[in-house]
Design a binder for this molecule. Structure first.
Ligand code: BGC
Length: 446
């Protein structure tokens, strides 16, 4: 029977940093005063070496996830830790992931593993990373290696976490490695190469022994920008919102998923890259929806709200309807969907409960309407290193402070998640039946 995965999502790098060298570790240690707006946040205590130490405390953390009622755990497999030098696999990292999988199994939790969550080894970066087509086989080699090592223990795989964010943050706004700004041609190329990597890795993993049982998906970011109003005052904000939406890439990936064609446009120039895969639509067994919100711009380009929604610390509103819309739109791919990330940066913990309650209900509403959504992963378990903003953004269900003043304290705002996870059934048919019943009795707003 199909399970409905109740989970939390983490990335191991954000909770453990590196053992050696990666694109992100380099980025946090070098100063990019012009191109990284987040640099100041990363200094001092906002230092990835001072992290939540999931690497050594995973048993405790997986136990905390279990206490929330989780039945699944989404995490990254850190390429830089497993293959710190090209061709040299670190046996201790391999064993560590086996230990994680043992621990999840002991708690009856299903693993959901991501092969690339923004971070890769420094040696891969030196070779040009995803800027070069010639490097596609190297990523595929990593996917194959990971599958050979843990393929018999993991069913749900994602090749990438948010290729569009990786591209947007690193090539357009310059707040992630390689800290390029407004490199629109480079951005398109990188995204295209990552998507080609997905396809090639998918086929390679499938061909391996046991590959036929794997469920290989892609996790994508779903956000669009809009303006608060329409008049003349918005003459700058409107095109900016249009292009920000475009550059963040939801439409580009959507078009690629539906047609197999990668199309990248440039302002004024028009189509810059148009390439259709002769094989047609990309292979993908499931779709990972990372959805946080939409972004509303004022006429003077300040993030704001449209209908007095609550504004989160990340400057986007609590906007649950957008999650339904992301599900509705992604359903066109005809494959099962998982909400692989959703959450809120909320240092005061005054919005988390509302966010969880309203977003989760949108998922239930979608299930009630017949959409094939098979899981919900809250981002994230413990407050951790939030990329360019360091430790300033508090997404965790449990509080943690880099100065040691808080260590894994459950936040009040997390309680609705516990309620949902502990009271709702674990299988899709039962969950659907609960939603249908609630709708009939009209006792829940679904
Ligand atoms: C990323 C996470 C990040 C989260 C919160 C997602 O885009 O996958 O790594 O921490 O958003 O901003």
């Amino acid at each position: 029977m199909n399970r409905f995965q109740k989970g939390v999502a983490i990335s191991v790098w954000q909770n453990s940093g590196d053992s050696g060298d990666s694109n992100w570790t380099r980025y946090t240690k070098q100063c990019w005063p012009l191109s990284s707006m987040g640099w100041s946040a990363i200094r001092g205590l906002h230092n990835i070496d001072n992290n939540t130490d999931f690497w050594n405390r995973y048993k405790e953390d997986i136990g905390l996830a279990k206490q929330l009622g989780c039945t699944s755990f989404r995490f990254s497999i850190e390429w830089a830790r497993v293959e710190p030098k090209r061709g040299c696999i670190d046996p201790s990292a391999v064993q560590w992931y086996h230990d994680i999988l043992d621990c999840l199994a002991e708690h009856g939790m299903e693993p959901n593993a991501t092969l690339h969550h923004f971070v890769h080894p420094g040696w891969f970066e030196d070779l040009g990373g995803f800027t070069k087509e010639a490097n596609i086989p190297i990523f595929v080699g990593w996917a194959v290696k990971a599958f050979e090592l843990w393929g018999d223990r993991i069913k749900l795989w994602a090749t990438f976490n948010e290729p569009t964010c990786y591209m947007f943050l690193g090539w357009i706004v310059g707040i992630a490695p390689p800290a390029k700004m407004l490199d629109f041609t480079g951005a398109g190329r990188v995204l295209q190469i990552m998507l080609k990597c997905h396809t090639a890795a998918y086929h390679a993993m499938r061909k391996l022994p046991g590959g036929e049982k794997a469920q290989i998906g892609l996790v994508s970011h779903h956000m669009h920008f809009l303006t608060r109003g329409n008049g003349l005052l918005y003459c700058a904000a409107k095109p900016l919102a249009h292009w920000l939406t475009y550059w963040l890439g939801w439409d580009v990936v959507d078009h690629w998923m539906l047609t197999g064609e990668f199309k990248w446009k440039l302002p004024l120039v028009g189509d810059w890259i148009v390439e259709k895969d002769p094989a047609g639509k990309p292979p993908c067994d499931w779709w990972g929806i990372n959805y946080y919100s939409r972004c509303v711009l004022s006429w003077y380009l300040q993030p704001t709200t449209l209908n007095k929604e609550l504004l989160t610390d990340m400057y986007y509103p609590v906007y649950p309807e957008g999650l339904y819309h992301a599900i509705e739109r992604s359903s066109a791919y005809g494959i099962p969907m998982y909400v692989t990330e959703t959450g809120v940066a909320d240092a005061l913990d005054t919005k988390r409960a509302v966010m969880i309650d309203t977003y989760f209900k949108e998922v239930l509403r979608a299930i009630g309407d017949g959409y094939d959504v098979r899981g919900f992963y809250y981002w994230t378990l413990v407050d951790c290193f939030e990329w360019a903003t360091g430790y300033a953004m508090k997404f965790g269900l449990y509080a943690w402070e880099p100065d040691g003043s808080k260590d894994r304290m459950l936040k009040d705002g997390s309680r609705p998640l516990i309620r949902f996870y502990k009271t709702l059934p674990d299988t899709m048919p039962e969950l659907k039946a609960v939603v249908d019943r609630a709708r009939k009795q009209k006792d829940v707003d679904l």
